[in-house]
Design a protein around this ligand. Structure first.
Ligand SMILES: CC(C)(COP(=O)(O)OP(=O)(O)OC[C@H]1O[C@@H](n2cnc3c(N)ncnc32)[C@H](O)[C@@H]1OP(=O)(O)O)[C@@H](O)C(=O)NCCC(=O)NCCS
Length: 142
């Protein structure tokens, strides 16, 4: 399968809304949140004919924070999120990567560990539903 990697822009807003709805039911970002994200931050997608996996990312001069990464439900467990993360590491080779994930989200934690993220700490009652966040970091290779 030949995958294309691309940076998303404001023209992709309607599609991102659809993906959010499919991938984060009841926790999807609002239109306004996505729009603001695209205005100030960056987003990337990977897929063959169409997008199958996407990430909403915040870039600062020092680091990258991954706010969201998701694979559309029909394309999971095919290595797509792992490939998208590897593309992001190539895009920002000198930067540290950070993220937070619910401690109950074991598929995501396994994914992050599989590409070199390590747990930094846990924060109780971090999310609106009271669940604990795991903070993770990946160092640049160089
Ligand atoms: C988490 C998520 C992004 C993984 O996407 P994916 O494309 O299916 O992941 P990959 O196929 O690239 O998997 C890479 C590795 O992650 C781990 N992994 C992925 N899904 C897993 C699952 N359901 N159970 C256990 N481990 C899993 C495995 O280690 C896997 O490597 P392996 O297949 O060699 O064992 C996807 O399940 C998803 O979109 N979930 C809903 C949104 C979400 O929770 N996003 C993360 C928080 S923002």
């Amino acid at each position: 399968m030949s995958l294309s990697f691309r940076r998303l822009g404001e023209e992709d807003l309607p599609e991102i809304q659809t993906w959010e709805h499919l991938c984060f039911p009841s926790e999807e970002w609002t239109d306004k949140m996505i729009q603001t994200h695209l205005e100030f931050h960056v987003a990337f997608a990977i897929g063959d004919q169409t997008t199958q996996c996407y990430a909403l990312v915040c870039e600062t001069p020092w680091e990258i924070e991954i706010f969201r990464i998701a694979t559309l439900p029909n394309y999971r467990k095919l290595g797509l999120a792992k490939q998208l993360l590897e593309k992001l590491f190539s895009e920002f080779p000198k930067k540290e990567f950070f993220l937070e994930v619910k401690e109950s989200n074991l598929p995501a934690i396994k994914l992050y560990e599989s590409v070199g993220f390590m747990e930094l700490e846990r924060r109780k009652n971090y999310y609106p539903d009271g669940s604990t966040a795991v903070l993770m970091k990946r160092n640049p290779i160089e």
